[in-house]
Design a protein around this ligand. Structure first.
Ligand code: NAI
Length: 256
């Protein structure tokens, strides 16, 4: 029988080199901090580099990288630059995303396109660039895609966003299927409503408060509510046999 690994070792991420997109705020910032606190080296990527510099100053093992995920022509150079900080990347967290809170007929073409570009196409292009590098050097690794509760459960006024996140979920499965043979695990996290710059306005509004009253746990999540799930999926010791999975963390919202 395999030995029992103590939790501290199970979630020890020493040796992992992670790229987190959209790390200047919210969930991405928290992911960067939690992964670094468990021994990973983290390249925190986003457009607001002043915020990344602040984050890197606050915690050891984090380096900033300027990256606009809607500019795939720069991905190859960005990955090269990321690897100059701590060596070859082993984990990609596709976290950058934008929301859209309009009904279908009120969503302008440009808004639809921007949401798909940021939430879907960026994940497609960056994952390809990342996996291509790992496969070329025959290294194992992992990708964690941040999808959403609305990838599976639609609501009014979030169609463009919900469609984009459903695509992320399907992409996760397709990537997992194709890259398992190369030792690359691909999983998704589907958060419910979590307090962040993206959601703060809505959550504090009367409509947001009403929505919260219908979540079974009667609260929105905090970014720290995702600490356990990001560590689980990042650690190949803890989740080495998991690929193509989607883990929902929503206070029971999907059940309501
Ligand atoms: P946030 O707005 O604080 O974070 C999103 C990050 O993505 C920001 O740092 C933003 O600058 C970055 N970003 C946006 N466009 C970018 C671009 N073109 N290039 C580089 N970075 C870009 O919001 P939050 O909540 O932290 O969102 C993180 C992820 O979690 C997103 O993918 C979001 O869709 C997803 N999510 C959030 C939920 C929530 O309730 N907060 C629920 C479910 C999913």
């Amino acid at each position: 029988m395999a030995q029992i690994t103590p939790a501290q070792q199970l979630f020890d991420l020493s040796g992992e080199v992670v790229l987190v997109t959209g790390a200047s705020s919210g969930l991405g910032r928290r992911f960067a901090r939690v992964l670094a606190a468990h021994g990973a080296k983290v390249v925190a990527a986003a457009r607001r580099v002043d915020r990344l510099a602040e984050l890197a100053g606050e915690q050891e093992g984090i380096a900033p990288l300027a990256l606009d995920v809607t500019a795939p022509e720069g991905f190859s150079a960005a990955l090269e630059e990321a690897e100059r900080h701590f060596g070859p990347l082993t984990l990609l967290v596709n976290n950058a995303g934008i929301a859209s809170g309009k009904r279908i007929l009120d969503t302008a073409e440009e808004e639809w396109a921007a949401v798909q570009r940021t939430n879907v196409e960026a994940v497609w292009h960056l994952s390809r660039a990342f996996a291509g590098r790992l496969i070329a050097r025959q290294s194992p690794g992992a990708i964690i895609n941040i999808a959403s509760l609305v990838a599976e459960k639609v609501g009014v006024s979030s169609a463009a966003y919900a469609v984009s996140k459903a695509a992320v979920l399907h992409m996760t499965k397709a990537q997992a299927l194709e890259w398992a043979r190369h030792g690359i695990r691909v999983n998704a996290i589907c958060p419910g409503f979590i307090a962040s710059e993206m959601t703060d306005g809505y959550l504090s509004s009367p409509a947001g408060q009403d929505m919260i009253s219908r979540i079974p746990q009667r609260r929105a999540g905090d970014p720290s509510d995702l600490d356990g799930v990001i560590l689980l999926l990042a650690s190949s010791r803890a989740s080495g046999f998991m690929t193509g999975a989607a883990l929902r963390v929503d206070g029971g919202h999907a059940l309501a």
